[in-house]
Design a protein around this ligand. Structure first.
Ligand code: NDP
Length: 280
């Protein structure tokens, strides 16, 4: 497993398991397989409603706590200084942990400035090793950077060959924030059948998911990927024994569709907030 060094010198595995849309039962089944396959970064969120199951799987594992990297996320209905302090305790208790490795502001809505101040204090108190954001576009990211003490260590956002987020990559690099891709495989959609990716995969004797995950890590993007199947869990982490050529990276870079308006969901669209507000 390769690692990224965050802007506060914390080491984070390059690739992790995401447990979005997993039932509690699936989390308890997938995590032991993932740990056996070599995953050490496990990514959940309060909004995934499976922090307790992840905590149970961690408690049952023989992997030492300090060798794990546990991420969870703050839901925007818990934003604000006091609400964030309460939400932190709730997540920590559900996970059965006494500290978090990474805590992310899940969505760029509501009073995330108040939340950020509470999160900075939790870092100072040694209860969270690193804090970051998720789904922050360059404008909101830059404003947060300019008006706070701690620069986000990570910005987790949708990033795959069809949705490459070049503008966010550029500004994040300037301030030392590591980008982390969610839905790297486009949730198993059309990108997995892309002819350019199919051809590159053949050249390496690898699968398309492996080529995508390799492209992300090789271009400096951390990744969280989800599967409930043992063969795919093992396949998705088996990306550290080959390297893409410059020409192959250029060919994948040319697949971006965001700049043509076909990249994917947009957190700047008010309809996105309307949708998320309907969630509990
Ligand atoms: P992914 O791109 O990881 O795709 C997951 C889907 O692809 C599942 O349907 C899975 O099916 C399938 N899949 C996994 N591996 C393979 C493979 N090797 N070959 C073919 N199909 C495969 O999407 P996610 O949206 O789940 O994103 C990953 C993680 O990112 C989440 O679990 C979560 O932790 C995080 N995330 C964060 C968000 C945020 O707002 N911060 C939003 C969304 C996700 P199966 O399980 O049946 O194998």
């Amino acid at each position: 497993m390769e690692n990224f060094t965050l802007n506060n010198n914390v080491t984070m595995p390059a690739l992790g398991l995401g447990v979005f849309q997993m039932t509690g039962e699936q989390v308890r089944a997938a995590v032991p397989v993932a740990l056996d396959a070599g995953y050490r970064l496990l990514d959940t969120a309060s909004r995934y409603y499976n922090e307790e199951d992840l905590g149970a799987a961690i408690a049952e594992s023989s992997v030492a706590r300090e060798d794990l990297f546990i991420t969870t996320k703050l839901w925007f209905k818990d934003h604000g200084y006091e609400a964030t302090r309460t939400a932190f305790r709730v997540s920590l208790d559900k996970l059965g942990l006494d500290y978090l490795d990474l805590w992310l502001v899940h969505q760029p809505f509501n009073d995330y400035y108040g939340s950020w101040r509470a999160m900075e204090e939790l870092v100072d108190a040694g209860l969270v090793r690193a804090i970051g954001v998720s789904n922050f576009y360059p404008d909101r990211y830059y404003d947060l950077v300019c008006h706070n003490r701690v620069v986000p260590a990570v910005n987790q956002l949708r990033l795959n060959p069809y949705d490459q987020r070049r503008d966010t990559r550029e500004i994040s690099a300037r301030y030392g924030t590591v980008l982390q891709a969610w839905s790297p495989l486009g949730q198993g959609g059309a990108v997995l059948k892309d002819p350019v990716l199919v051809s590159i995969a053949r050249e390496h004797g690898k699968s398309v998911p492996q080529v995508i995950l390799r492209w992300l890590v090789q271009t400096g993007v951390s990744v969280v990927v989800k599967s409930v199947h043992e063969d795919r869990l093992r396949e998705n982490i088996d990306i550290f024994d080959f390297a893409l050529t410059h020409a192959q990276i250029d060919a994948i870079n040319a697949l971006d569709r965001r700049e043509t308006g076909n990249g994917g969901p947009d957190h700047r669209d008010p309809a996105m907030l309307d949708l998320l507000r309907t969630f509990e």
